[in-house]
Design a protein around this ligand. Structure first.
Ligand code: FAD
Ligand code: NAD
Length: 478
């Protein structure tokens, strides 16, 4: 096998494997080095997303949602189900089957596209030389005209609650619990805390979520965040804002958590504790001292707008660089870099990266929030539409939430779309498309949407910007 390539990618998470496949599609000789191993000890390309992130968490979210539907919601539409129960090992096994299928799929795509799959560890040295330490066999020095670094991220640790992998776990451990803990603590009411807290709450845990900030989901539109907080609390998630965790100690099979809030110090006893306080870029062992790649002040690999590092011919993509730590953001960066290496000139539009929190109802948005527009003094109009009056949501007996559209007061250009509701993760794609095409709210209002669909809520919210929503009384009528 050659030791010289047009492109070497380090890391086969979504950012790295998209870069590798696209580079190979464009005729570049490409190798991808990845060190992840699956539960069976075999190479498992796909990174955090496929192994311990997006996919396994969504498998458990979907399974646990089906359970709650059967247990609590079927009766209202005339379906009686007796003896609904949870088989946690089977649920986890289903999740593992999905993960194995998809990581195997990435290996298959590498083969089909002619990407040289190199399981093991890569380290960037000077002049785009890469030290490759395979899981089996001798260390080799490879070289490439271009190197793409995509090593991803790992969970942040906090000294008061050190993860022991048994009673105190991070997100990876939280996807592997063998039984439903009676009492579950979660530190951090961010995306992981809410998603994995929801999974175990649905399966029967009493869940307490301790969040340091006073505001709930400050990055989301605050109207949507307020409604979401109320709904999630109603589902049983005991979310305590403005708390500071002082310590967490395991003994006799339980964890004693001490925390402070405005009222003083409190103790909380739980059977498991999930620490979900953010992720940090993972660069350990990645760079030789003479690699020429620099880090920024927060430890991310420093890159310019098109993901080029300070070392000529070396790029970095995904969680390890600035911007939201989201799989789809990394995928687009990976593709952009591969195409730029091949001489094309694509860009990533960071203004239209959608965010989704896969609770039920889901929370999804793209663009600016109302609080950001207020703070910047931009004049805007708002249109909103509640799922409570959507025919399709009523038919499905799934009516919580709303669509909210913010548009420029003068030009009517859509500035932000915020959705709390069933299938918000799917609906937000319409908003991304509209914003990518610089659509006005009126444009969305003029488009025909199939009836009856949840999408009609997007249509009605767009009509609502100008005061013409049909299925609600508009505050301003035109
Ligand atoms: P990663 O996916 O982290 O992949 C990096 C790969 O590089 C890994 O396989 C790693 O082992 C390998 N590697 C690192 N260093 C080296 C080296 N020196 N040599 C060889 N290999 C190396 N995002 C979403 O968009 N949607 C979601 O629903 C979602 N859910 C999530 C749920 C959870 C529980 C978690 C933890 C994350 C979730 N994320 C989600 C975030 C998403 O997983 C990350 O944004 C995404 O995986 C980042 O992709 P990446 O390719 O940059 O890095
Ligand atoms: P996060 O940044 O979303 O949330 C962390 C939360 O923990 C914040 O609200 C923060 O204020 C709080 N916090 C920090 N330190 C704390 C402390 N000492 N005590 C109490 N609270 C504390 O991070 P996360 O939930 O760990 O997720 C990491 C990243 O993974 C996310 O930012 C996201 O990019 C990605 N992710 C995405 C999805 C998705 O797209 N659906 C799902 C999971 C993870």
């Amino acid at each position: 096998m050659s030791d010289s390539f047009d492109v070497i990618v380090i890391g086969a998470g979504p950012a790295g494997y998209h870069a590798a496949i696209r580079a190979a599609q464009l005729g570049l000789s490409t190798a991808c080095i990845d060190k992840s191993l699956g539960k069976d000890g075999k190479p498992a390309p796909g990174g955090t997303c496929l192994n311990w992130g997006c996919i396994p968490s969504k498998a458990l979210l979907d399974s646990s949602h089906k359970y709650v539907d059967a247990k609590e919601h079927f009766a209202a539409v005339g379906i009686g189900v007796k003896g609904v129960s949870v088989d946690v090992p089977r649920m986890i096994a289903h999740k593992d089957e999905v993960v194995a299928k998809l990581t195997g799929g990435v290996a298959g795509l590498f083969k089909a596209n002619g990407v040289t799959d190199l399981p093991g560890t890569g380290k960037l040295k000077a002049n785009r030389q890469v030290e490759y330490v395979p899981h089996e066999g001798e260390t080799r020095t490879l070289e490439a005209k271009h190197v793409i670094l995509a090593p991803g991220s790992v969970p942040v640790d906090i000294p008061p609650a050190p993860v022991d992998g048994d009673l105190i776990v991070d997100s990876t451990g939280a996807l592997e619990l063998e039984t439903v803990p009676e009492r579950l603590g979660v530190i951090g009411a961010g995306v992981i805390g809410l998603e994995l807290g929801s999974v175990w709450n649905r399966l029967g845990s009493e869940v307490v979520v301790l969040e340091a900030l006073e505001d709930f989901l400050p990055m989301a539109d605050q109207r949507i965040a307020r409604d979401a907080l109320k709904i999630l609390k109603g589902q049983g998630l005991d979310i305590r804002l403005g708390t500071r965790v002082m310590g967490a100690k395991s003994s006799n099979g339980t964890v004693e958590v001490t925390y402070q809030d405005g009222e003083g110090e409190h103790n909380l006893t739980v059977d498991k504790l999930i620490v979900a306080v953010g992720r940090r870029p993972y660069t350990e062992g990645l760079l030789a001292p003479d690699s020429g790649v620099n880090l920024d002040e927060r430890g991310f690999l420093f890159v310019n707008d098109v993901c080029a590092t300070d070392a000529p011919g070396v790029y970095a993509v995904g969680d390890v660089v600035r911007g939201p730590m989201l799989a789809h953001k990394g995928m687009e960066e990976g593709i952009m870099v591969a195409e730029r290496i091949a001489g094309q000139k694509p860009l990533v539009n960071y203004d239209t990266v959608p965010s989704v929190i896969y609770t039920h109802p889901e929370i999804a948005w793209v663009g600016k929030t109302e609080q950001a527009l207020k703070a910047s003094g931009e004049a805007y109009n708002v249109g909103s539409f509640p799922f409570g009056v959507s025919g399709r949501a009523l038919a499905a007996n799934d009516t919580e939430g709303m669509v909210k559209i913010l548009a420029d007061a003068e030009t009517d250009r859509i500035l932000g779309v915020h959705i709390l509701g069933p299938q918000a993760s799917e609906l937000v794609a319409q908003a991304v498309i509209a914003m990518e095409f610089d659509a006005c709210a009126e444009d969305l209002g003029l488009i025909m949407f199939a009836h009856p669909t949840l999408s009609e809520a997007v249509h009605e919210a767009a009509l609502g910007v100008a005061g013409h929503a049909i299925h609600m009384v508009n505050r301003k009528r035109k």
